[in-house]
Design a protein around this ligand. Structure first.
Ligand code: COA
Length: 374
């Protein structure tokens, strides 16, 4: 057995998956064999969620059934609504999201049943209810009334409705839907691997998704979309962008929304999200963020040959859609629940406890001296 250390599991293949394939050499990403770009143009988020969870695109009648199932499961208990309303207003919404899934686990009658059918039912409940609870916090912390889900609306429309009390125009909804499709799944990233690791001890889906949310919060992972917005706010005006980015690179700062562990020549999701970011900017008649975006991107590629990742365009897009910055990563959550759930079910189906080794580098073996002899 080799005792060579691969920090961050760099380059290590730990298991197989049938859910998605990241192909860095050709800048491509497929879900269950379908290119994400194609899915973004031809499908809505519900179809893609069905695909990720079930392995194939739904037929008309499957989609109808799936949408009905989601609608029926969207309501949250009074208990959970009250918990959300009483959470400290200054809590980070990602911590609230983590707590929401934890509470859903306490309320779920099938929490300890890890059979494939029970896991799918629980996945649907988590997927349907989490946006409702997150939207409740979005409003409650501003002292606004909580808006329950509304039948007849799509997943994305309903999320806007529960946050803002109205549904924006269809192009904005499509851009949001596209962002959810792009966020749904991405092989063995750190939060998914966290979910699989938790599952590998035969723990339950609520616990695995709770852990995955904690992992996604970090700025090196999903938290980057919020950091991108903080960076753009610091830059303030397009005229400041060139000076700002050059100074940041001179100081060897990490620029959020750039770089990726797997993609080194560009993130396959960026061109699609960039297109929708531009559409939203045009609808909102806002050129400021596009200009900052382009300048920072150009310098990052020219000076460092480091390309943007998907969090770079999603950050300003969500801002233009009027979401609070600290809700950007929770939006990532409501989509990625599908990918995590699929991985949790895949892990259960062919489980092996995940337990790597470590190389000890602490003190030599030593004797314990009694307290009065130390
Ligand atoms: N800004 C500036 N420099 C960066 C960078 C960034 N965003 N991303 C990578 N680099 C540099 C590193 O400083 C390092 O330079 P060095 O070799 O001179 O030390 C080199 O590129 C390799 O980076 P490294 O951190 O080893 O790559 P990684 O595969 O471990 O990290 C990330 C990948 C995503 C953690 C990293 O690119 C990053 O921190 N990006 C910003 C956070 C982000 O956007 N995360 C979302 C990912 S989808």
């Amino acid at each position: 057995m080799s005792d060579e250390i691969k920090k961050g599991l760099l380059g290590i293949v730990v298991d197989e998956t049938t859910i998605s394939q990241v192909m860095p050499d050709i800048n491509s990403l497929t879900y269950r064999g379908y290119a994400v770009q194609d899915l973004c143009e031809k499908c809505n988020f519900e179809e893609v969620a069905y695909l990720v969870l079930n392995g194939d695109l739904p037929k008309k009648k499957d989609l109808k059934k799936f949408k009905k199932l989601l609608e029926e499961n969207r309501n949250i208990t009074i208990n959970l609504r009250e918990i959300v309303k009483h959470m400290p207003k200054k809590s980070h919404p990602m911590d609230v999201a983590r707590t929401i899934v934890s509470v859903l686990g306490l309320e779920d009658k099938e929490t300890t049943d890890n059979s494939p059918k029970a896991n799918m039912r629980k996945a649907i409940r988590i997927f349907a209810k989490t946006p409702t609870a997150i939207a409740a916090f979005f409003r409650a912390r501003k002292g606004k009334n909580v808006i329950p889900p509304k039948k007849g609306l799509s997943f994305s429309e309903n999320f806007f409705y529960m946050c803002f009390g109205k549904v924006p125009n269809k192009d904005i909804v499509k851009a949001f839907d596209v962002s959810l499709i792009l966020y749904a799944e991405h092989s063995f990233n750190v939060s998914t691997f966290t979910a699989r690791t938790i599952t590998s001890s035969l723990s339950d889906i609520h616990g695995a998704i709770t852990g995955a949310i904690a992992s996604l919060k970090g700025p090196l992972h999903g938290g980057a979309n919020e950091e991108v917005m903080h960076m753009m706010s610091k830059i303030k005006k397009p005229e400041n962008a060139l000076k700002w980015i050059n100074k940041a690179l001179d100081k060897k700062e990490v620029v959020m929304g750039f770089g990726h562990r797997v993609y080194k020549k560009g993130d396959s999701r960026v061109p699609t999200m960039e297109k929708y970011f531009k559409k939203v900017s045009a609808i909102k008649k806002d050129k400021k963020f596009i200009k900052i975006y382009d300048t920072v991107k150009k310098v990052m590629i020219e000076r460092k040959n480091i390309h943007p990742n998907v969090d770079y365009p999603t950050g300003p897009t969500y801002h233009l859609m009027d979401f609070d910055t600290d809700f950007f990563t929770p939006i990532f959550v409501i989509s990625r629940i599908t990918g995590w759930a699929a991985h949790i079910m895949e892990q259960h189906a062919a489980n092996k406890l995940i337990r790597p080794l470590s190389k000890y580098s602490g003190p030599e073996h030593r004797k314990v001296m009694l307290l009065n002899q130390r």
